[in-house]
Write a protein that binds this ligand. Structure first.
Ligand code: FMN
Length: 396
């Protein structure tokens, strides 16, 4: 098996962007630089997550700076009429030679209501299924219209009117749909609709368990999905260097930051003083925090080279969630990625900070140790040239 590696483009950036002191004031030019870096290094694609800018606009604006990089664009169903999105996708694909992927995100009640989308949790998934079905039909050139419970589209007549003139699909199987969803309804929606099922990371066995349940549900409806996950990364030439770096990130925090992070993760009726975890590593960290001691970086290693240290996406001390990281030498991390692969994971959406520096490290140190399924030949970096040694040489 081979894997696809993607890089997170629209994230806030800086050496430790979860603290204001470590976050850069970035702009469009910076986004262009990250896109150019990810493209030239040979990443399969880029995650265009919801951010302060509209993902569709950001992705389109980066087409001219990239040649191969695919754009995994977060899209909430209902933000744009499905036929309009289909025409948009045809245009995007025509201009980018078919580099569009959608990340089907279903959002939350408050956020969607503020966009004018008012569906309850379960209804949202039914609507989404119709929305993306109508989208894909229109993208593929079906003009016969759509009669659904939520969506009605009239047949489109061929004619001279600019509204009825469409370019046609570039991706002949449709735009690949990636997405997540853990609730019963979310899984049902995923297995019926998605090509790639995503989840925030956990240890390989626990993530594998989640994915095998989803694969079993998919089999019931005669479908097979690919599986992907999202991880931060700190890769260095040696394991020691990587953990030293992780420790240096932790050293920038005080213990109250960690205590507040725990409080945010507690179940509704639990308190920081009394909560007990049945995971002994977590319980030990909790006891240290209660004594006012911040645990060491290695104390947050929940599985070899899997870390729940501080990150932009959470300091998930009680349970791994959106901020889980891979920490280690390239050999350690390649081994862990191969372990995830054995549990069926074939796409890895990575990010490390600062985004450009860490992207170079990943390409330089890790790419050569993995079999990559990117659909093109990788641009050649000098093997083992190492970003760190290059930087040292330039400084000397
Ligand atoms: C890799 C990945 C990327 C995501 N990107 C976005 C995003 O850009 N915007 C958004 O609103 N939600 C995003 N999500 C959140 C999911 O759509 C979903 O709300 C989240 O996974 C929690 O749902 P679940 O617990 O049912 O899986 C992302 C999730 C994953 C796993």
């Amino acid at each position: 098996m081979a894997v696809k590696l993607l890089w997170y483009l629209t994230s806030p950036d800086g050496p430790y962007p979860w603290l204001e002191s470590g976050r850069w004031d970035t702009d469009y030019e910076h986004l262009q630089q990250i896109a150019i870096t990810a493209d030239r290094l040979g990443f399969y694609g880029s995650l265009m997550g919801t951010s302060e800018y509209e993902t569709l606009a950001v992705a389109a604006s980066l087409i001219p700076f990239t040649e191969r990089l695919k754009f995994l664009v977060a899209q909430h169903p209902g933000e744009v009429q499905p036929a309009v999105l289909a025409k948009y996708a045809q245009s995007f694909d025509a201009f980018s030679q078919g580099r569009l992927l959608f990340n089907v995100v279903n959002g939350n009640d408050k956020g969607l209501a503020a966009l004018g989308i008012h569906y309850s949790h379960d209804e949202r998934y039914d609507f989404s299924k119709e929305y993306w079905t109508a989208f894909q039909q229109n993208y593929l050139g079906d003009k016969s219209g759509f009669e659904g419970e939520f969506i009605q589209i009239s047949p489109r007549q061929e004619g001279a009117s600019p509204m009825s003139t469409w370019h046609g699909p570039t991706q002949k199987q449709g735009v690949p749909l990636w997405g997540a969803g853990t609730s019963v309804k979310g899984v049902q929606h995923s297995v019926e609709l998605l090509d790639v099922y995503l989840s925030f990371a956990n240890t390989p066995p626990l993530l594998g368990e989640k994915f095998s349940k989803v694969a079993a549900e998919a089999a019931k409806v005669g479908r097979r999905l690919e599986f992907g996950t999202r991880l931060q990364i700190i890769v260095r030439e040696t394991e020691e260097e990587a953990w030293q770096y992780a420790q240096s990130l932790l050293d920038k925090l005080d213990v109250n930051y960690a205590i507040e992070a725990v409080k945010r993760q507690l179940p509704p009726d639990a308190t920081f003083e009394t909560y007990q975890s049945n995971n002994h590593v977590v319980q030990k960290n909790l006891e240290l925090l209660r004594q006012g001691i911040l645990p060491q970086a290695k104390d947050f290693e929940i599985y070899p080279n899997i870390w729940t240290g501080p990150s932009l996406f959470g300091f998930d001390i009680l349970n791994p969630a959106a901020g889980t990281a891979l920490v280690g030498s390239a050999e350690n991390i390649a081994e862990r990625i191969k372990e995830y692969e054995r549990y069926g994971v074939s796409a890895f959406i990575l990010s490390g900070f600062p985004l450009i520096g860490e992207a170079y490290r990943v390409a330089d140190l890790l790419f050569p140790l993995l079999e990559l399924d990117h659909g093109f030949e990788l641009p050649k970096l000098k093997h083992r040239s190492s970003v760190d040694s290059l930087v040292k040489k330039i400084v000397a």
